[in-house]
Design a protein around this ligand. Structure first.
Ligand SMILES: [Fe+2]
Ligand SMILES: [Fe+2]
Length: 363
């Protein structure tokens, strides 16, 4: 029965494919074809509410200090599909590293105000190298904000070493903090949160988490405050990581602001999701964070299409950093996209985009 069904679906699909080919050769655009032939997308948009204002401060976008060293660690261990906890990452002897350690990490402070005037602070990701992350936390006062519970929650975008393994830098100041992780976390990730060490990968957590833990799946859009939602994407990611979540904010009189960690789901997928599924999605006002286009500063001609595709969204504030890559930022600027410049301080190498200690005020 199942076979019969799939066989019939296949034949039906083939017929549609042939028709698409016919319409194409008849000079009808695929958009016209799509509108005429495909069932209407009846997915209802979700109203997440609105906020009054939002600002995002980059605490560290420097995930590692030397690309070649990182790539060599991965290569020596068997390649990009190897479990990140099984890789003996280089933690000493790197000239550009922090005290010789190649690990840095990614962390971002998010501040927003509800329409009622109530203010909130959240931390997106918690770095990799605990010493580096702690140094950046102290320089930006994050240590105090955590200790006095001003920062209400830690949102982990995904399980990658450079976003999550510095967990101790957060839990040492507030072990009871509310943590949100995306579905797809491996047992190692949960064990690390609870205090397990992984000596081979040089990762540990001497300050076990004692607070509330939410695992967010992709079945729903989750408003965590009025006007603030987390969305999760089921995406397989290099070094055996799975799943990534990101923010969608709805700013009154401005539009949506999207804030991401690494964006392994793809920047277009993320924006299309917001556009189609969130009330107010017709206006994407801004995007900030790692956009995962050329993290290793390579360039593929298809990335040009991606940069050009960003134009159609009418974004007013674009704050790429981290795994977006400098080469991508150059292309974005050349294409006339509104990339916000940084100040090249605190370990960030170039001012082409927002770096460590730079703040993007959306509204
Ligand atoms: Fe990353
Ligand atoms: Fe990542």
């Amino acid at each position: 029965m199942a076979n019969e069904f799939s066989r019939r679906s296949f034949i039906k699909g083939m017929a549609l494919g042939t028709m698409a080919g016919y319409f194409g050769s008849a000079g009808l655009s695929s958009t016209v074809f799509h509108k005429q032939m495909m069932p209407k997308d009846n997915t209802k948009k979700v109203d997440i509410g609105q906020i009054k204002s939002l600002s995002v401060k980059v605490i560290s976008e420097t995930s590692w200090f030397n690309n070649a060293v990182l790539l060599n660690d991965i290569k020596k261990s068997g390649g990009l599909l190897v479990n990140q906890y099984e890789i003996p990452w280089t933690v000493e002897g790197v000239k550009e590293g922090y005290k010789g350690n190649n690990a840095g990490g990614f962390a971002t402070l998010i501040e927003f105000e509800e329409l009622s005037g109530k203010k909130h602070k959240l931390l997106l990701d918690t770095g990799w190298n605990v010493d580096w992350t702690d140094k950046r936390f102290k320089e930006e006062g994050i240590d105090k904000m955590l200790a006095n519970k001003e920062i209400e929650a830690l949102i982990i975008s995904h399980e990658h070493f450079d976003h999550y393994w510095g967990i101790e830098a957060t839990t040492k100041y507030n072990p009871n903090i509310h943590v949100y992780v995306p579905k797809g976390f491996y047992q190692e990730g949960f064990d690390l949160l609870k205090g397990k060490a992984f000596p081979k990968a040089h990762v540990k957590n001497d300050h076990p988490h004692t607070g509330k833990l939410d695992v967010m799946d992709s079945s729903k859009i989750r408003p965590i405050y009025p006007g603030v939602a987390l969305v999760t994407f089921d995406v397989p990611i290099i070094t055996r990581v799975f799943g990534e979540q990101a923010f969608i904010f709805n700013i009154k009189d401005k539009g949506l602001a999207l804030v991401t960690g690494c964006c392994h789901m793809g920047i277009i997928t993320y924006m299309e999701f917001a556009k189609k599924r969130i009330v107010g999605g017709e206006k994407i006002y801004g995007v900030q964070g790692g956009m995962h286009i050329s993290p290793f500063e390579d360039w593929d001609p298809q990335y040009d299409d991606l940069v050009l595709a960003l134009h159609k969204y009418g974004i007013e504030k674009l704050g790429p950093n981290h795994c977006t890559g400098y080469v991508t930022a150059e292309k974005m600027i050349a294409a006339g996209l509104p990339v916000i410049k940084g100040t090249a301080r605190n370990g960030s190498k170039r001012n082409i985009y927002l770096g460590n200690g730079d703040k993007l005020v959306f509204a």
